[in-house]
Design a protein around this ligand. Structure first.
Ligand SMILES: [Cu+2]
Length: 159
């Protein structure tokens, strides 16, 4: 009985390690890039997707909560911030965004800039060109503390 449960225990540990390493590879940057692809170098022939950021009744949201893209498509996101607060737009897996948001919450005022994101000040419009070189389900989100929870996130499906 004791031996059986010991064997069972080590099997569980082994499986956990295998699952853990898959999850790590999935969340990590592939080939030195980002999970969702890479910064677009030329936006001149990109598909344009306009998104408005709105705030109302304690909620904050992007005007779209689901976007479908074809693999290798280059997209120019044009974000118009119609709210009274500054916001951002970060592309990644839901898991990457969660980890990033937790880090920001633990370091208030942390300087925060990376290639897979942009900031949009209140009343401004900014654009951002991205090449979706990887298929999968990703997320766009605002990771300023409290904003994700207030509604600032959407799904990006790359087919
Ligand atoms: Cu925000």
């Amino acid at each position: 009985m004791r031996l059986t449960s010991l064997a069972h225990f080590s099997l569980v540990i082994g499986l956990t390690m295998v699952v853990g390493s898959f999850a790590h590879a999935d969340a990590g940057h592939k080939h030195g890039g980002f999970a969702a692809g890479e910064v677009g170098t030329d936006g001149s022939d990109a598909r344009v997707i306009e998104i408005e950021i709105v705030e109302a009744n304690g909620k904050m949201a992007y005007s779209r909560d689901r976007i479908e893209i074809m693999q290798n498509e280059t997209v120019r996101f044009v974000l118009k911030n119609a709210g009274s607060l500054d916001h951002e737009f970060v592309l990644g897996t839901a898991k990457e965004n969660r980890a990033h948001a937790d880090m920001m919450a633990s370091m208030p005022g942390m300087a925060h800039a990376d290639k897979n994101m942009m900031q949009v000040a209140s009343g401004q419009t900014s654009s951002f060109v991205w090449k979706f070189s990887n298929k999968g389900e990703f997320e766009f989100a605002c990771l300023i503390p409290g904003h994700y929870e207030a509604g600032m996130h959407g799904i990006m499906i790359v087919k």
